[in-house]
Design a protein around this ligand. Structure first.
Ligand code: ADP
Length: 444
């Protein structure tokens, strides 16, 4: 400011002197005053132009280069430039933070929708778009209740009690392909709301399966238990002949062994679910495995088809090639013996059960069991490996089935990278096969 005053006074002085010097002697005072006035006007004009340049510069979008460096206007321009630069930096920083924040919300496995105070959509992530079928361009600032047309959701929003979440069908829900969402609204700020949605279809399905499983197990255990306790009561209360007593004890032993099979199959399933995947270090000899299966099959067939009950079953075990199967031996044995025992149990007396091992040209190995039993109708085939799914309930129970055999086979197959193939013709017979990958089969 002082510099500005000095420059003004200096120019005034110079103007006055020039006025005196240029005018005749008798007019020198007037000349001096006119010179000072002209100098003052010049100073104001220069100052005005400099101010105008700064003003024009300020009107531009880009203020990175100052138009003047010296004088008051230079200082003003520099200060403004610095302030603008700092503001821009702060804006860039908060913009970056906002982008990071939105990217984090975008990456969330949950749907996120930000609603304004009147319930209009301000922002939503891709997962919310999938959950509710929203369009990022079309649906901005739309009222969410107009787009999510579920009566339960509308009632939830209208009630205004957001302490708990609700479940509702998601986009594309149908009875065949259910999509279930858990939706929770959280109020924040001045009347705004944050909506979080989560796909709980799998969770609900798992929960339903768990409930069914517990109900099935309870039912399967309760039936033999009721029979057993009935016999115990009879034995306790009635004076029975020795032969009758022996018959009752026989029936009791059958029920106890049924429960035992059920419990051991359940334990097997839980072991299969909980243990690490089988490696390739353990190997079973296929011919030995086949001969063990043959012995078991013959023993079971003899029990189920006593000579007086009719013609014997034909059991054919084709000679197995010399090869080894890599995987957990107990699991492999359990899977193959389940398939063999099913064939023996469901094939009536006089029927044929054929078992064998096929070595494919590409190195895969196929274990198969073919029977001339009742067969399975096509609509049942996809469900056979479900736990407790039975087509012929009474035949299954009568022959000691638990309804878990094929579920165990499926698990073992999955764990060993094998494929379970089921072919069946109703009234003609069935063919169950396990095809093992080449990596698990070693020809010796
Ligand atoms: P289960 O202990 O009842 O045999 P599984 O899981 O082994 O249970 O088999 C499921 C159902 O598949 C059986 O109840 C039966 O109805 C059908 N099934 C399995 N194997 C055969 C077969 N070889 N022939 C006909 N039906 C079969």
């Amino acid at each position: 400011m002082l510099l500005r005053l000095i420059s003004f006074l200096l120019l005034q002085g110079l103007g006055g002197l020039l006025g005196i010097w240029l005018t005749p002697q008798e007019l020198q005072i007037r000349g001096g005053l006119a010179g000072m006035l002209a100098a003052g006007l010049l100073w104001v004009l220069v100052d005005f132009t400099r101010g105008l340049r700064v003003l024009q510069w300020l009107r531009q979008d880009d203020v990175s280069d100052v138009p003047l460096k010296l004088g008051l206007w230079g200082v003003v321009a520099e200060r403004v430039r610095r302030m603008v630069r700092l503001r821009e930096q702060a804006t860039r920083e908060s913009d970056r933070r906002l982008q990071d924040f939105l990217a984090a919300l975008q990456a969330s496995p949950n749907g996120v929708v930000l609603l304004d105070a009147s319930g209009r959509i301000e922002w939503f992530n891709q997962m919310a778009a999938t959950h509710f079928g929203l369009d990022p361009e079309r649906d901005q600032l739309q009222h969410l209740v107009n787009l999510v047309r579920d009566p339960g959701f509308a009632a939830y929003v209208a009630a205004g009690d957001f302490r708990t979440s609700i479940t509702m069908p998601g986009r594309g829900h149908s009875t065949a392909h259910p999509v279930r969402l858990s939706v929770h609204l959280h109020p924040y700020g001045d009347g705004r709301r944050l909506l979080l949605s989560r796909d709980i279809t799998m969770f609900e399905q798992a929960e339903a399966m768990r409930r069914d499983f517990v109900a099935n197990v309870s039912h399967e255990i309760r039936t033999p238990l009721t029979v057993l306790s009935g016999f115990v009561e009879t034995l306790q209360t009635l004076p029975l002949e020795a032969s009758e007593r022996a018959r009752y004890l026989d029936l009791m032993a059958q029920q106890a062994s049924r429960m035992q099979s059920l419990v051991s199959d359940l334990l097997m399933l839980s072991r299969l679910e909980g243990s690490p995947l089988p490696g390739a270090a353990e190997c079973s000899s296929v011919p030995m495995l086949m001969s063990q299966l043959e012995q078991e099959a013959r023993a079971l067939s003899a029990v189920l088809n006593p000579p007086m009950a009719g013609p014997a079953q034909q059991l054919v075990f084709e000679p197995a090639p010399r090869c080894e199967l890599a995987g957990t031996a107990s699991e492999l044995h359990s899977a193959l013996s389940n398939l063999v025992s099913n064939a023996v149990r469901y094939t009536p007396a006089g029927g044929e059960v054929r078992c064998g091992w096929l070595q494919h040209a590409d190195g895969r190995g196929e274990f198969f069991v073919q029977d001339s039993g009742p067969g399975v109708a096509p609509e049942h085939i996809p469900r056979l490996t479900e736990r407790f799914y039975r087509v012929d309930r009474s035949r299954s129970r009568d022959t000691g089935g638990t309804g878990l055999g094929l579920a165990i086979v499926k698990h073992v197959a999955q764990r060993h990278g094998a494929e379970l193939k089921i072919e069946s013709v109703l009234g003609k017979g069935s063919r169950f096969a396990l095809v093992f990958p080449a990596s698990r089969v070693r020809v010796v």
